[in-house]
Design a protein around this ligand. Structure first.
Ligand code: ADP
Ligand code: MG
Length: 695
C-alpha cells in the first residue's frame, strides 16, 4: 500500500540528496524527514540592538538601515554591507550568491536582518551570511519561530544545512493537506484536546507562534507515547483481567515473628511495602508486584514477612536469586528466622548434589518444606511443589512476562503470587513503560543510623596514597573489595586482567591474606572464597562483578573499583552498595584512567556527589538513554523522536492508561471508533518490523 509516509525521500529531493540524507541522518522516507523535528527554534521576535551584542549572543535579529554596499574582489570575493541601527554599526558579509542581494537592497529602507554575530579581535562586529527581511511596520511577521535542524558537515556542504532541510520540509508539508490521514480517533482528539496530525506537523516545523508550537509538541508526544505503550501492551500482553488468586490473610505467624523475633524496627517504607503486599495477597487477585528499593533498604525482611502470610495458610514459598552466592546468603539469613518459627527451609541450585537434590525435591513435593531458596534451577521441570503459593524473584527486574508465565504452571490449581525485587532503582517513567503489567512498591529510605558511604575519585597518580589508605583500614581490622571490570570482548583477556591485578595487589600487600573470585571458577571454589572472606579469613577480595548484587559482609569498608570508567552508573552504585553495611564508616574509591571522556567524568562526579540510587537512576537515564538502560539499545523500541521518557512523565502516564484501557476494551482494535488506531498500529508494525524482538 502506498502510504504518503512510506514514500522514498528520493521522490522529494532527487537521488543525490536522498542518498546523503540516508547515509548521514538515516532519513529514508517522507515520514523520516517529517519526524526529523527541529532541535530548537530561533525566536526572531526577540529583537536586539547592535550595542547589546556580546560574543556569546546566539542568533539575533536587528532592525535598521543599510548605509553602504561594497563588492570586494581582492582576496576572498565578498559583499560587505554597513548596517546601522540607532545604537551602532556592524558589517553584513556574504561570500557567495550575492548578486541577488545587490539587486534587492535599497538605501533608506528599514530592514530586519538575522544572523549569528561574530566579533573580530579589533572589536568590529559582523554578521556572516545574514538573512535580510524587508521590514514593514505593523506587518505581522509570520514564522517568527524559525526551526533549526540537526545536520552534518557533509550535508551542509551539499546545501542540506538547516535552511536546506527546512526547504524540503516546507515542500513536503505543502503536499500534506490532501494526503495525510489522522492517526488518532476523533474521540481522543476531543477528550484530550489535541490538535490534528496535519496541524501538528505544520506547527512543529513552522510554528505560527509559541502557543501553536506547544500544541504541536503536546500532540506529537502524546501520539508517540500512546503508540509506544500500545505496542508494549500488545506485544508483552496486558493482564486484561487480573487473574484470580488464592486469598492469603492469615497473619498469625507474621504477628508472632513481628512481636518476638524482629531484629530491628522497620522503616516506614518497609512497613508500607508490607502493607501493599499484604493487600494483594488477601485480595483474591493474583499479585504481580515489583518491589524496588536501593541497596541496603531492607527488601529481604519485607519478603520474609510476606512469606509468613502464605506459609501460615500451609502453602509453600520459593525465592530465586541470580547467583549461587546470593542464594546461599539468603538461605543463611532466612535459616535463622525460620528456626525461630520452626519452619523448614532448603537450598536448590545447579550444583546441589544428586542425593541432596532428591531429598530436597521429595520434601518439596510432599509439602514438608515451607521455603525453598535457589537459583534458576528452581524453574526446572523436576521441581514440583506440594502447593506453591508465592514465588519471589530477587535482583532480576528483567524477569519478563513469558518467564513469569512459566512459573504459573508450578501450581495446577491457582496462580501463585509473584513478587520481583530489585535494587536497581528504575525511574518511574521506565517502570511504567516496561513493567506496565506490574504493580510497583518502592522503598525510598534506608534504615536509620547508616553512615553514608564516602566516595572519592582518583587517577593513577594517587595510587600510593590510595593503597596507604587501604593499609590503614586493614590495620583497623576492616576488609576490602577490589573490583576489576569485565572486558566483554574476551573472557581470556578478562581473566589475565584480573590475574595481573591480583598479582599487583599481592605485591602491594605482602602479608595480607587475599582471596580471588572470577568467572572461570566453579561454584564450589567461588563459594569457598566467599566463605573465607565472610569469615574474615581473607582481608582483601579481588574480584570481577560477580559480587555485584546482594552480597553482605558488614566488616568490609572499602570498595575499590579499578578502571571505574568502564562501568555504568547503576553498576557503580550497585558495587558501592556492597560496603556501608556495618556501623563503621565505609568508602568507595573510583580509580580511572587520565583520559576520561565527558560522560565518564560525569559518571564519576555523580558517584562522588550522591548516594541516592534513585537520583543515580534518573541521571543514568539521561546519560545513557532508556534503550541502553533497559538493554534494548538495538531493538528500536525506544526510537523516540520527540517524547523524552525522563521528562514527559505526565503525558506518559495518561498515554499508558489510555492504551491499556483501549486494549482491554477492544483487544483486536476492531471497534469502528478505533479504526485510525488499528490502521496506524498496523502501519507502524510494518514500518518497524522490530517489535517481535522484544517481549
Ligand atoms: P536489600 O534491600 O539491598 O536487599 P537487605 O535486605 O539485604 O537489603 O538489608 C540490608 C541490611 O540491612 C541487612 O543486614 C538487614 O538485616 C538490615 N536491615 C534491614 N532492614 C533494617 C531496618 N529497618 N533497620 C536496621 N537494619 C535493617
Ligand atoms: Mg537484597
Amino acid at each position: 500500500m502506498d502510504h504518503f509516509f512510506s514514500r522514498d525521500i528520493t521522490l522529494l529531493t532527487g537521488p543525490d540528496k536522498a542518498q546523503l540524507l540516508k547515509d548521514e541522518l538515516g532519513i529514508h522516507t517522507y515520514e523520516d524527514l517529517l519526524k526529523h523535528y527541529p532541535f530548537r527554534y530561533e525566536d526572531r521576535n526577540n529583537q536586539s540592538t547592535v550595542a547589546a551584542l556580546t560574543p556569546t549572543t546566539p542568533g539575533v535579529q536587528l532592525q535598521g538601515y543599510i548605509k553602504s554596499l561594497q563588492k570586494i574582489d581582492k582576496g576572498k570575493k565578498r559583499l560587505v554591507a554597513l548596517f546601522e541601527d540607532n545604537t551602532g554599526q556592524l558589517e553584513l558579509i556574504w561570500f557567495h550568491n550575492f548578486s541577488w542581494i545587490i539587486k534587492k537592497i535599497k538605501p533608506n529602507v528599514c530592514y530586519r536582518v538575522w544572523g549569528k554575530p561574530v566579533f573580530l579581535p579589533n572589536g568590529q562586529k559582523q554578521l556572516i551570511h545574514p538573512e535580510v527581511v524587508f521590514y514593514v511596520e505593523n506587518q505581522e511577521q509570520k514564522n517568527s519561530l524559525v526551526p533549526l535542524y540537526h545536520s552534518t558537515e557533509k550535508l551542509k556542504r551539499n546545501h542540506l544545512d538547516t535552511k536546506g532541510i527546512a526547504y524540503f520540509q516546507k515542500k513536503l508539508l505543502s503536499q500534506l493537506n490532501t494526503v495525510i490521514e489522522e492517526t488518532l480517533p476523533d474521540y481522543l482528539l476531543a477528550r484530550y484536546q489535541l490538535i490534528s496530525l496535519k496541524g501538528a506537523l505544520h506547527n512543529i516545523h513552522f510554528p505560527s507562534d509559541p502557543a501553536a508550537l506547544k500544541q504541536a509538541q503536546r500532540r506529537l508526544k502524546f501520539e508517540e507515547l500512546f503508540y509506544l505503550q500500545l505496542k508494549l501492551f500488545k506485544v508483552r500482553g496486558v493482564r486484561v483481567e487480573k487473574q484470580t488468586g488464592k486469598v492469603f490473610n492469615n497473619v498469625s505467624l507474621l504477628h508472632t515473628f513481628y512481636h518476638n523475633h524482629l531484629p530491628f524496627h522497620l522503616t516506614n517504607g518497609q512497613k508500607e511495602a508490607i502493607r501493599e503486599i499484604y493487600r494483594d495477597l488477601s485480595s483474591g487477585k493474583q499479585m504481580n508486584r515489583l518491589l524496588q528499593g536501593d541497596v541496603g533498604s531492607g527488601k529481604t525482611i519485607v519478603a520474609f514477612l510476606a512469606m509468613l502470610v502464605v506459609i501460615a495458610s500451609k502453602a509453600q514459598v520459593a525465592i530465586m536469586a541470580p547467583t549461587e552466592i546470593l542464594a546461599k546468603q539468603h538461605l543463611e539469613r532466612f535459616h535463622i528466622f525460620a528456626q525461630q518459627l520452626n519452619l523448614n527451609i532448603a537450598l536448590l541450585t545447579g550444583s546441589t548434589k544428586k542425593k541432596e537434590r532428591e531429598h530436597v525435591l521429595y520434601r518439596l513435593k510432599v509439602g514438608l518444606l515451607h521455603i525453598i531458596v535457589g537459583t534458576h534451577a528452581l524453574l526446572s521441570d523436576e521441581v514440583v511443589f506440594h502447593e506453591l503459593g508465592f514465588f519471589i524473584i530477587d535482583e532480576q527486574h528483567r524477569f519478563g512476562v513469558a518467564q513469569r508465565a512459566g512459573l504459573l504452571t508450578k501450581n495446577q490449581v491457582y496462580a501463585p503470587h509473584i513478587l520481583i525485587m530489585t535494587a536497581t532503582p528504575i525511574p518511574r517513567t521506565l517502570a511504567m513503560t516496561f513493567y506496565g503489567d506490574l504493580d510497583l512498591s518502592t522503598i525510598y529510605e534506608l534504615p536509620a543510623g547508616r553512615q553514608p558511604i564516602k566516595t572519592h575519585h582518583y587517577y593513577e597518580n594517587a595510587r600510593l596514597k590510595v593503597f596507604q589508605f587501604v593499609r590503614e583500614q586493614l590495620l583497623l581490622g576492616r576488609q576490602v573489595y577490589i573490583v576489576y571490570p569485565l572486558i566483554e570482548a574476551s573472557a581470556a583477556l578478562d581473566y589475565s586482567n584480573l590475574m595481573a591485578g591480583y598479582e599487583s595487589v599481592s605485591r602491594a600487600f605482602p602479608n595480607v591474606p587475599i582471596g580471588i573470585i572470577h568467572g572461570k571458577m566453579d561454584s564450589a571454589a567461588k563459594d569457598m572464597e566467599m566463605k573465607r572472606f565472610e569469615k574474615n579469613e581473607t582481608h582483601i577480595l579481588v574480584t570481577t562483578t560477580v559480587i555485584e548484587v546482594g552480597v553482605n559482609v558488614p566488616n568490609a569498608t572499602i570498595m575499590l573499583i579499578e578502571s571505574a570508567e568502564r562501568f555504568g552508573l547503576s553498576q557503580l552504585h550497585q558495587l558501592r552498595g556492597r560496603v556501608g553495611r556495618g556501623s563503621a564508616q565505609s568508602y568507595c574509591i573510583l580509580m580511572t584512567d587520565y583520559r576520561l571522556n565527558k560522560a565518564g567524568k560525569e559518571r564519576m562526579e555523580t558517584m562522588v556527589k550522591t548516594n541516592n540510587g534513585f537520583e543515580i537512576a534518573e541521571l543514568d537515564l539521561k546519560l545513557r538513554g532508556p534503550g541502553d538502560l533497559m538493554g534494548l539499545q538495538q531493538s528500536g523500541v525506544l526510537n523516540l523522536k520527540i517524547a523524552d521518557l525522563s521528562k514527559d512523565t505526565a503525558t506518559l502516564e495518561v498515554a499508558r492508561k489510555l492504551a491499556k484501557h483501549i486494549i482491554q476494551q477492544d483487544p483486536p482494535l476492531q471497534h469502528p471508533a478505533n479504526l485510525p488506531i488499528c490502521k496506524e498500529y498496523a502501519r507502524l508494525l510494518a514500518a518497524a518490523g522490530e517489535w517481535n524482538k522484544i517481549g
